[in-house]
Design a protein around this ligand. Structure first.
Ligand SMILES: NC(=O)c1ccc[n+]([C@@H]2O[C@H](COP(=O)([O-])OP(=O)(O)OC[C@H]3O[C@@H](n4cnc5c(N)ncnc54)[C@H](O)[C@@H]3O)[C@@H](O)[C@H]2O)c1
Length: 358
């Protein structure tokens, strides 16, 4: 599959490395409005460097487009690529508004091409173990979950590109850009989100429009309750973390690694009160999950490799990707509802999945 990468910045580089590492794919074109950026990324792959997406879309031998431009440009580019008959990998977030997301859904529905939205941590062995445990009922009744992102982005990071920290192109801050991965996992594990209540703040940065800190509570259709905390103002060194708690087991993913998992086995008697920590099953489960995964065998995988492998299979075998437009829209809807709640000072309902039908 021949790819055109659009946006030769920080993440465009990783997409190129990932595509080039897959035997069935190649980097054929790199597009960036900054010609030198395009040329620099294209050179090691002997790819064509262009400055305009429409030129790349007019090339008949390009099968797919990987969109790695500022977030508020995503939907327009996905729609253009679909109309030109290309499959699409688009970076998170799908775009920054639900209106833009539904334009993508409509364009995908009207095409015979496929779109996946990058959420690479869904493919981590740790995330797969927890998702399987929740969906098989192994954790029992899941009562609560926590998504916590205690990250650091310096003022220099925000100053490094004009689009960062703007409503128009970043679409938000600590949650829309950074926390989205962890929120996506919480929503993937706990299912249909119903309502949020939130506060946001811009507390430790300047010259940006968006939040650098946010807290929210969230309620799911199952009745499960959750807490979301995200900041880019935590002194460097701490992690993103997801915790899921059920009445027969709990799981903790910290820094993308399953660090704690314990679930009762069938017939096991659970003590009346929890004291101390029961045996940690995380290492054994992870070893099992990794040995059963043929996906990355023999490759030097980047964090995006497994999602690209899913995408190649989607196109070749014609099945939906793990991260569909609808799934990405649901996570976007949670973040948009958090912003609306913080603005209005009251709880906000999260629109249902029908909004992702386009
Ligand atoms: N999945 C992840 O872990 C991850 C990590 C980082 C960034 N991202 C996402 O990737 C996207 C890009 O982020 P980044 O940090 O690489 O940004 P960046 O500023 O480093 O790179 C963006 C590039 O896009 C180019 N560009 C801008 N407008 C363009 C246009 N109209 N046509 C072609 N090129 C254009 C810019 O010149 C720049 O080189 C964002 O949506 C971000 O959320 C995802």
């Amino acid at each position: 599959m021949k790819f055109a990468i659009v946006g030769a910045g920080a993440i465009g580089d990783l997409h190129a490395e990932t595509i080039a590492g897959l035997p069935q794919a190649e980097v054929a074109v790199v597009v960036d409005v900054q010609r030198e950026q395009a040329q620099e990324l294209a050179a090691p792959y002997q790819a064509l460097a262009l400055t305009d997406l429409s030129e790349a879309l007019s090339l008949p031998d390009i099968d797919a487009v990987a969109i790695c431009t500022p977030s508020g440009q995503h939907a327009g580019m996905v729609v253009a690529a679909l109309k030109a008959g290309k499959h699409v990998v688009v970076e998170k977030p799908l775009d920054i508004s639900l209106e833009a997301a539904s334009r993508v859904a409509a364009a995908e529905r009207d095409s015979d091409r496929r779109v996946t939205v990058i959420s690479q941590h869904r493919f981590d062995a740790s995330s797969q173990v927890v998702h399987d445990a929740v969906s098989s009922g192994w954790l029992g009744t899941v009562s609560s979950g926590i998504a916590s992102i205690s990250w650091w982005r310096s003022q220099a990071y925000y100053d490094s590109a004009g689009w960062r920290g703007t409503w128009a192109l970043d679409g938000g801050g600590a949650l829309m850009n950074q926390g989205i991965h962890t929120i996506d996992l919480l929503v993937w594990f706990l299912g249909e989100p119903v309502e949020v209540f939130a506060w946001t703040g811009l507390l430790a940065h300047e010259r940006i429009e968006v939040e650098d800190t946010a807290v929210a509570t969230i309620r799911f259709a199952s009745g499960a309750l959750g807490v979301i905390q995200g900041t880019t103002s935590a002194y460097p060194g701490l992690n993103a973390r997801v915790q899921i708690h059920g009445d027969r087991g709990s799981a903790v993913i910290d820094n993308d690694e399953l660090t704690y998992f314990h679930a009762a086995r069938g017939g096991e008697t659970i003590p009346d009160m929890g004291a101390g920590s029961p045996g940690n099953q995380a290492a054994a489960l992870l070893a099992q999950a990794r040995s059963a995964d043929p996906g990355t065998a023999g490759l030097a995988p980047t964090s995006h490799t497994a999602q690209y492998q899913d995408f190649l299979s989607v196109v070749i075998k014609d099945h939906p990707p793990l991260v569909t437009v609808a799934e990405a829209t649901r996570t976007l809807a949670v973040i948009r509802a958090i912003y609306e709640s913080a603005d209005g000072g009251s709880p906000v309902r999260v629109p249902g999945l029908e909004l992702a039908k386009g």
